[in-house]
Design a protein around this ligand. Sequence first.
Ligand code: PLP
Length: 398
Amino acid sequence: MKRREVIKSLSVLPFAGSMANQIPFNHKKTYSSKLDLFAELGISPVINANVTMTFLSGSLMQPEVLEAIQSTSQDFANMFEVQDKVGAKIAEMLRVEAAMVTSGAACALTLGTAACITGSDAEKIKQLPNLPGEMPEVIIQKSHRYPFDQAVACAGVKLIEVEGPDDMQKAINERTVMGLFLNCANEHSISHEQFVEIGKANKIPVFIDAAADVPPVENLFKFQKMGFDLITFSGGKMIRGPQSAGLLFGRKDLIEAAKLNHSPHESPIGRAMKVNKEEMFGMYVALKSYLERDHEKEWNEWLGRAERIKSILEKLPGVQGSIRVSPGPANAFPSLRVNWERDKISKTVTDVLTELENGNPKIVAGGREPNLNIGVVLLRPDQVDLVANRVKDILQMG
Ligand SMILES: *Cc1c(COP(=O)(O)O)cnc(C)c1O
């Protein structure tokens, strides 16, 4: 489906035109408060001129997400009911059988794996991750191994590496509980379609990790159509929900099993990955707002920011900017690449990055020799010129 068609078809859903239209996003400053906890605790706020990163607190929540959190914070609610009803609404929005809110995509990986192992078996749920007997196995392509597969392994499974469809077929046995697919991997020795097909032929659920893979918004609908049984996206990346939230969606029986492995139940593996109601409501509103957004307009705004910074920096002799769009699937959005002639400006990229980080306010940009990379999508509007001028000052000093 083309971007425009998605936007058009979304507008017929019941939520269209509600919240996001009333509250403009990209406020200059989301919150005005007398409190300054950064100052009170001596913590430096950071300007993120890079991409969403957990160590930099993910993304900034939109005002409507903060409102969702605040407005639901003064009443108790039954958490089973909140998860069920928020999940049902999210599933409807994503045109998928079922959905739930997890504490990040990493938690979704653990819960999805747990669901594939236990189903609704209460005894197994209690025993995880130490099932008696041989360890359950999860199939993964060799080129898909990545730091977050630890979140799968910690459900008590062994990861079995395969290369190519034949190898995958051969590796499947009675201990195999799931196949894991990393959407943003550089190489697929088994394509998405083949992975789904082999999974289906062997009745093995297949799980795709697409945590950082919006934009484009279409990706939120793509993998359920391809036949993946479980799908995860981070809540706290470009969807801009709470950074401690994530989405797990797909087959109804598996989502129900994942819920049985999660808080508020007291003893399953996911109890240690609790999500409270504020994050669930916040995630729901963030997703709704993201789906309703004018993505073309937002994209053009990002390009405009990159152009603006480029024009400020190119006032310096020997400095050149070029706008790049990362091909994705992860972090597929524009940024500005900056290069300079070293006989005019002797600083290295590392020098510039260090000075940005040590300045006040702290700015985190990216890139490595010979390219400085300035991310624009996470800047508040009032930070665009500030970042441009700081980089300009640093380069100007040689
Ligand atoms: C960010 C990321 C995760 C972890 O997501 P959280 O929401 O931070 O838990 C997992 N997989 C991939 C590919 C990611 O990019």
